[in-house]
Design a protein around this ligand. Structure first.
Ligand SMILES: [Zn+2]
Length: 497
C-alpha cells in the first residue's frame, strides 16, 4: 500500500499516452500545439533516393540532391505542399506539388518550371521531394503525431528500445487514419526522436519506414525538428536539413491558392475522382497519341482490343487514360500495356493499367525493377491493382527477350528491346508498321525542334539497324513529328561535333 502511494506521488504511470504528453510539453505544451494551424519549413537542403532512374535495372540507385526545399502544411484544412529543386546528374528541375482544396474537396496542382500548371486529383501528384506525394506530409508530421498520441488513451507499458544508437522509450499509438505507429521518445529531452510505420509507396509498395527527427528548435514558442531523415525498406529514402520554420504564417498559405484560369479543370478533377490531364489525338488509322501534360503514351487499335505503349507517370493518369479510351472505344478493352523502360516517371502508371486488366509487356532485363512494382503489396491504403487482384481482374505480366509482336487482323505492334542507348539499357522501341509510327521516350522530343543528343543519335542507329520504315515519330516527351526531323537533328549534331 505504501509502495503504491509513493509511486503515485512521484509520477503518472508510464504509458505511451503519458510519454506523448511529456513530448508535447517539451515542444511547448499541448495547447500551443493545438494552436498550430500551419507550419512552413524553409530553406531545406538534402538528398532524395529511390527515384528509379538507373541505366541498368540492377545498377545502384543514383541519389538526387535537393535544394531550396519548402514544405508547407495546413493542418487545420488538410492541405500540404512540396516545393524544391532536384538535381540528378545532368538533370535539374524546380518542382512544386500542391495538395489543396476547393470547397472542402481535395485537388492537386503540379507546377514545374517551364511547363504550364497542371491540375489533377491528389492521386495524380508525383514528387521527387522528400516524399513522393504531399499527402505524406500530412500523415507523417510531428505535430499531428504527438497530438494524436497525447489524445489517445493507452495503458500500454512502454519498452526500452535502441534508436539512433541510444536507448529510447518506445510505445505505439493509432493515428486518425487507423494506422499503428511506433514512437521513440528521448528519455532526457522527452522529445519525439523518431517514429516507424508502414508507408505505401506508389512504386515500392508497402515499406517499413523509419523517420528520424533531429535539431529541434524553438519557432514562436513551439519546438520543431529541422532535420528529418527517412529510411524506407531499410534503405535511405530522403533527408533534409531546414534552415528555418514558421508557424501560423498567413503568407505561407499563398501556395494553396487556385489560379482563376485553373478553376474549370479543378472542378473536372474533383468530379472525376482519379484524374490527370490527357487527350487522344489521331496519328494515323488505328494509331493514336495520348497527349498528357508531360509524359505521353501511344495507343494502338486492334479489331477487338487496344494496346497502350508507356504506362506513364501515375496511376491517376492510367485511370484517366482508361476512362477516355473506354468512351472512345467502348467495345475494345486495353489488352496490353507495354513498358519502354522502368524509370519511375515512365512506368508510374503500370499498376493502374494492370488494374484495368491489361497484360503488362516488358523487356526481360527490366524484370528486376518492374516485377517488384507489380507484385509488392500496396495496402496502406490499397490501390486499384491491390483491389483488382482480390477480384481476379488484374492483368498478368509478361517479359520478353529481344522482340515481341502483337498482331490481329492486319494491325501489328512491334516491341524491340534495343541495346546501346545511353539513357537506359536496353530500351524498348515501339513500332507500328501500318502507318510507320515509331514511339520512344526520353531519347528525342519529336515535334519540338529539339536538338539531338547522344540518345537521339543512338535511336537513329537502332532504327536503321532494325530496318524499320518509320515515317512518323511519337514521343513520350514532346509530341508527334516526321521521321525526317530526327534525321535532320542527328545530321546537325554530327556536323557540329
Ligand atoms: Zn527515362
Amino acid at each position: 500500500m505504501l509502495g503504491t502511494l509513493s509511486l503515485a506521488a512521484c509520477s503518472s504511470p508510464p504509458s505511451t499516452q503519458g510519454l506523448a504528453k511529456d513530448a508535447a510539453a517539451a515542444m511547448g505544451g499541448l495547447d500551443r500545439l493545438r494552436g498550430v494551424q500551419t507550419v512552413a519549413m524553409r530553406g531545406g537542403t538534402g538528398t532524395r533516393q529511390r527515384l528509379g532512374q538507373m541505366a541498368h535495372a540492377t545498377d545502384e540507385e543514383m541519389p538526387g540532391s535537393l535544394a531550396n526545399v519548402v514544405e508547407t502544411l495546413d493542418l487545420a484544412n488538410g492541405r500540404a505542399a512540396l516545393d524544391y529543386e532536384i538535381k540528378m546528374g545532368d538533370f535539374g528541375q524546380h518542382r512544386q506539388e500542391v495538395l489543396t482544396k476547393k470547397n472542402g474537396k481535395a485537388v492537386g496542382l503540379e507546377n514545374v518550371a517551364g511547363r504550364p500548371l497542371a491540375v489533377m486529383s491528389p492521386s495524380g501528384l508525383f514528387s521527387w521531394g522528400t516524399q513522393n506525394s504531399p499527402e505524406f506530409l500530412l500523415r507523417r508530421n510531428v505535430v499531428g503525431i504527438v497530438m494524436a498520441a497525447a489524445d489517445t488513451a493507452s495503458t500500454e507499458m512502454p519498452q526500452t528500445r535502441d534508436f539512433a544508437g541510444t536507448p529510447h522509450a518506445f510505445g505505439t499509438t493509432r493515428l486518425a487514419s487507423g494506422e499503428t505507429i511506433g514512437l521513440y521518445f528521448n528519455t532526457q529531452t522527452k522529445l519525439l526522436d523518431g517514429f516507424e510505420t508502414t508507408d505505401t509507396e506508389s512504386m515500392l509498395g508497402d515499406q517499413p519506414s523509419v523517420y528520424t527527427l533531429d535539431d529541434y528548435r524553438d519557432v514562436a514558442g513551439v519546438r520543431l525538428p529541422h532535420k528529418i531523415t527517412i529510411v524506407k525498406g531499410g534503405k535511405p529514402y530522403s533527408d533534409v536539413q531546414f534552415a528555418s520554420a514558421a508557424v501560423n504564417d498567413a503568407d505561407a498559405l499563398a501556395v494553396f491558392a487556385i489560379p482563376d484560369a485553373a478553376n474549370a479543370e479543378v472542378d473536372t478533377a474533383i468530379a472525376a475522382g482519379d484524374y490527370s490531364p490527357i487527350s487522344i489525338v489521331k496519328i494515323t488509322d488505328g494509331v493514336y497519341f495520348a497527349r498528357a501534360y508531360s509524359h505521353n503514351s501511344l495507343v494502338v487499335e486492334f479489331p477487338s482490343s487496344l494496346a497502350v505503349v508507356e504506362a506513364a507517370y501515375t496511376d491517376a493518369q492510367s485511370a484517366t487514360l482508361a476512362r477516355v479510351l473506354a468512351e472512345q472505344f467502348p467495345a475494345k478493352p486495353i489488352r496490353y500495356a507495354a513498358v519502354t523502360h522502368y524509370h519511375y516517371d515512365h512506368s508510374g502508371g503500370v499498376r493502374g493499367l494492370a488494374a484495368v486488366g491489361a497484360t503488362i509487356l516488358a523487356a526481360k532485363e527490366h524484370e528486376p525493377m518492374l516485377r517488384p512494382v507489380l507484385e509488392t503489396p500496396h495496402t496502406n491504403p490499397p490501390d486499384a491493382l491491390e483491389s483488382a487482384k482480390k477480384t481476379g481482374k488484374a492483368g498478368a505480366i509478361e517479359f520478353f527477350e529481344g522482340m515481341r509482336v502483337i498482331s490481329e487482323g492486319g494491325q501489328s505492334l512491334e516491341l524491340h528491346a534495343v541495346t546501346g542507348i545511353p539513357h537506359v539499357d536496353p530500351k524498348v522501341l515501339a513500332f507500328v508498321p501500318k502507318g510507320g509510327v515509331l514511339y520512344q521516350s526520353d531519347l528525342f522530343f519529336p515535334g519540338t525542334g529539339a536538338p539531338a543528343g547522344p540518345d537521339a543519335v543512338a535511336l537513329l542507329q537502332a532504327v536503321r539497324a532494325l530496318k524499320l520504315r518509320v515515317t512518323t515519330n511519337a514521343g513520350g516527351h514532346g509530341g508527334v513529328g516526321p521521321f525526317a526531323e530526327l534525321e535532320k537533328a542527328v545530321a546537325a549534331a554530327q556536323k557540329g561535333s
